[in-house]
Design a protein. Structure first.
Length: 255
């Protein structure tokens, strides 16, 4: 089964980024230049860049999201470690969320496994971030969501959820390499949403902005998203550059 394997981010200090993700967030250094929580979800790799990261609202890359069993615990842990993290809140019927920035200026989202007030009992480890974090979402942007959906389906990805965000002007689409079936066959169903955040693999989240503005993806070595490698990439793997994807073993710098 293909999977989103490694997310490559360019930054001015890969060492500082790696230290933050391992020492503060609890990721494991796999010894091959990547860090992650476990092998089932995506890993991170930091590449050097001369200029600081300057994100824009129409960049291809938006964020990653770490899903946790207990977002309040995660925020308390991060605050005690000197991280400025927002107060968790239920955002519409999308998710129970909080946000912070890493030393390189990249946004990291925390998302609870459950909506606020709906948490159910599950096995957790209070010594781990939020009881046991995993890299749940890679969030990118697209202007042509029809092309994205057709391309993802051609690769064998499944559309798990569609989430219109009221009064903000965008819709979120969630795709994954998986054989699992969401609770509802209707992608707009609310019950599919927190189910997505409990998946043990990394899901592709795509923000489609109303009005379809042009989406930019710099490939000139500046800080930002350098692409993502796809393990066991499907054949054919057409239009992969649209999302900055390359087969594992390829060069994300070329994405």
């Amino acid at each position: 089964m293909p999977k989103i394997d490694t997310i490559h981010l360019r930054c001015t200090s890969p060492a500082a980024q790696s230290a933050f993700y391992s020492d503060i967030l609890g990721m494991v250094d796999f010894g091959d230049g990547t860090l992650g929580f476990q092998q089932s979800d995506a890993k991170l790799a930091f590449l050097p860049s001369a200029a600081p990261y300057e994100p824009g609202p129409h960049d291809l890359y938006w964020k990653i999201a770490l899903a946790v069993p207990n977002i309040e615990l995660a925020c308390d842990q991060l605050t005690s470690r000197g991280v400025a993290v927002s107060t968790p809140r239920q955002f519409q019927d999308v998710g129970f969320l909080a946000h912070f920035k890493d030393p390189g200026g990249f946004t990291v989202e925390l998302i609870d496994h459950w909506f606020q007030g709906e948490r159910q009992e599950e096995a957790t480890d209070p010594e781990k971030l939020g009881g046991g974090a995993h890299l749940n979402l890679l969030t990118l942007r697209a202007s042509d969501i029809g092309q994205v959906t057709a391309t993802c389906e051609s690769w064998g990805m499944k559309l798990l959820s569609i989430q219109p965000v009221r009064d903000v002007g965008f819709t979120l689409y969630f795709y994954a390499f998986t054989q699992e079936t969401p609770p509802s066959s209707e992608p707009y169903a609310v019950e599919n949403r927190s189910w997505v955040y409990r998946r043990p693999y990394t899901v592709l989240e795509v923000q489609h902005i109303d009005g379809s503005p042009e989406i930019s993806h710099d490939t000139d070595g500046r800080s930002g998203y350098a692409g993502a490698t796809i393990g066991d990439a499907p054949e054919p793997f057409d239009n992969a550059e649209m999302l900055g994807f390359v087969p594992a073993g390829g060069s994300a710098e070329a994405a």
